[in-house]
Design a protein around this ligand. Structure first.
Ligand code: C5P
Length: 229
């Protein structure tokens, strides 16, 4: 295959509050990472899974249960550090996809839309969703209670970014090499855009939401149904 798929799963999961790295927390009877990998089993790509130090063996066992072959590597302090570690292990693939393990219910069709756009000539592709809420900027952010509100931002002009984001592998490597403050970015496509390269959008999916808070885990649990084991 000419495609590598990096699944970043090295986050701490502080906001989920399970006292363990998020991708290893159980939802509907299986780790979040296992759900994510099951959804990728049919994708024609070389899988690289990026995990916290010490959890390599657990990740390999999870990949086996999910029925996928994956190379497991250790991530870093920020998401960008983890992506960089995945890139180092991605080999000479022509295209690289970068996906959040936390988007565990991403429909395979979304992954295929990203791959199709790359094959049709895009060099950077992001799945996006319209923003449904009315959104304001804040003049002074004070953690919600007490925020000083600025103007409403026209939501018709806004899109929420999802993953997997797909790239020409050389372009993404160049973007990472150029980004000195890469810890500041949670979005790989932004690094590519900073090089002046265009980023294409494809349709995202509500099911590709990122499991971040306990409420997100509850939602994933109800969508996945009763425990699978
Ligand atoms: O924290 P957040 O949920 O936004 O992280 C998005 C994805 O990036 C998650 O799948 C998480 O495991 C991963 N990540 C990582 N290494 C980090 C931070 C986040 O692989 N240092």
């Amino acid at each position: 295959t000419d495609t590598a798929l990096i699944v970043v799963a090295a986050g701490s999961g502080t906001r989920l509050g399970r006292g363990m790295p998020k991708a290893f927390a159980l939802v509907a009877g299986a780790p979040i990472l296992e759900h994510a990998l099951r959804g990728l089993a049919a994708v024609d790509a070389r899988l690289v899974v990026v995990v916290p130090a010490g959890l390599e063996a657990d990740a390999s066992a999870i990949a086996e249960r999910a029925g996928v072959a994956a190379r497991v590597v250790v991530g870093g302090e920020t998401r960008a550090d983890s992506v960089a570690a995945g890139l180092d292990a991605a080999g000479d693939a022509r295209w690289v996809l970068v996906h959040d393990a936390a988007r565990a219910l991403t429909p395979p069709a979304q992954v295929e839309r990203v791959i199709a756009a790359l094959r049709e000539g895009a060099s950077a592709v992001v799945p996006v969703l319209p923003v449904v809420d009315t959104v304001r900027s804040v003049e002074a952010a004070r953690q919600s209670d007490g925020d000083v509100l600025g103007p409403i931002v026209d939501r018709a002009a806004l899109r929420a970014m999802q993953t997997p984001q797909g790239f020409d592998a050389q372009l993404l490597r160049r973007a990472y090499a150029a980004a000195d403050a890469r810890g500041a970015s949670t979005d790989d496509a932004q690094l590519v855009q900073a090089l002046g390269e265009p980023v294409a959008a494809v349709r995202g999916d509500e099911l590709a939401f990122k499991i971040t808070t306990p409420a997100d885990a509850d939602r994933a649990e109800s969508l996945l149904g009763p425990a699978i084991r």
